[in-house]
Design a protein around this ligand. Sequence first.
Ligand SMILES: Cc1cc2nc3c(=O)[nH]c(=O)nc-3n(C[C@H](O)[C@H](O)[C@H](O)COP(=O)(O)OP(=O)(O)OC[C@H]3O[C@@H](n4cnc5c(N)ncnc54)[C@H](O)[C@@H]3O)c2cc1C
Length: 452
Amino acid sequence: MQQTNTHSEKKPQAGQPPQAKQVERTTCCIVGGGPAGAILALLLARQGVEVTLLEAHLDFERDFRGDTIHPAVMEILDEIGLAERLLKLRHTKLSTFGLQTRAGTLRLRFAFGKTKFPYITVIAQSRFLEFITEEAKRYPNFTLIMGAQVDELVEKDGVVHGIRYRASDGSHEIRAALIVGADGRFSRLRKLAGFEPVKTSPPIDVLWFRLTRGENDTIESLDARIGNGLFLIFIDRFDYWQVGCVIPKDGYQKLRSDGLDHLRQSLAKTVPELTDRFAELKEWKQLSVLSVESSHLKRWYKPGLLLIGDAAHVMSPAGGIGINYAISDAVVASNVLGGKLAAGLPIREKDFASVQRQRELPTRVAQTFQSLLQRVALARAIKSGGEVMVAPVLLARLLEKMPWLTALPARFIGFGLWPPHVKTELPQPPMESVTVSNEPTSSSSDTPLTIK
Ligand SMILES: Cc1cc2nc3c(=O)[nH]c(=O)nc-3n(C[C@H](O)[C@H](O)[C@H](O)COP(=O)(O)OP(=O)(O)OC[C@H]3O[C@@H](n4cnc5c(N)ncnc54)[C@H](O)[C@@H]3O)c2cc1C
């Protein structure tokens, strides 16, 4: 097996002349440095697998991301000795979620049950990803390539053998025993592999914008408000508020025709204490409009290629659970495939099927929950300006007196169904010496990549 042995981060320099195409070899090439890709890369690197992680951007700073780390993820990080160190980074711990409506305030306590981390950790996702990839860089068999835009699969007879990517220094090719597509909701690999996602929830429109954070703001780290046709969620990014504002589907044109002044007034009526901050919204270009929908693939793999995270099942922002599900996929993929990759053993279709089988039901159940939240609760609450929230508010007050009743939904949000754990035992050394060949064998669906 060819060892690239490059643990350093490669950042192509702007202005460098394009070079001829280079072909590199590795054991596992992961496309996408989001939560799924970064965690899988780290877990495989820990097992001694030669792994290359490709990220299209030059850094991890991106606006359209969530920042919630659920107890399930904290437990996973604890299993690999990283939880305490992560908690040294700037973060907030959330043990309640507040939703203010015209019918009153609904406050839910996260009764997560027995766990060392009974809260949601809110941490900038960029810091989280930097932390994970820095940890992975401690392993000489890990390579991170930033600014690598993957745009082609190297495929022969239905078997994926590699990818091609563009960087500022030209075009490159990587060949690997396994390619993992962790490239998110607009997955290029999903498209290149010819997979068609099935929609699971109607799209919702979200306005996404920043507001200055005042020192004396009384809003909580993850606070929500409903009123005046808007559902607002505030994410504390310490230096500023990241605001997500769910509007009725296709409501953006109406908002535009009513004018920015009208929107500022609606926002101020919904959150009066931030009236001065909404005045910062002076141009429409300060607000991004996202159409967000969830979907899933019937099949997450083909020979040589596995899709995980949003690439396999796009999660909507509803409930803030997508990061947890992406990371859980990575843990299962590492548990199932890591030992074989480390030992140079063939990855067979049944291995891919095992990853999908373990993760498909939990994600489908979560997507059904998100869909219900969107179709029933969110849509009705927005339409009625929060009036329909009378019953939920009363129910929440009742639940406050019987916290054991909230344990089940809280556990579902914090952990999901069948939360995976990191398999700690390291693979046995292979019986025979192994070399990875990227030559195709046959197109049989259970054909492993050739490992002699
Ligand atoms: C507005 C919004 C808010 C959200 N808020 C939350 C929240 O608060 N909590 C929560 O848990 N979930 C939230 N989600 C969902 C969550 O962001 C996703 O479910 C989660 O990020 C999926 O992780 P992933 O690693 O699969 O994909 P991503 O996080 O999307 O990562 C994919 C990575 O692949 C890279 N990439 C893409 N194409 C290529 C390519 N061709 N070549 C190389 N690299 C590529 C991207 O740059 C990106 O870094 C939100 C989603 C949205 C849209």
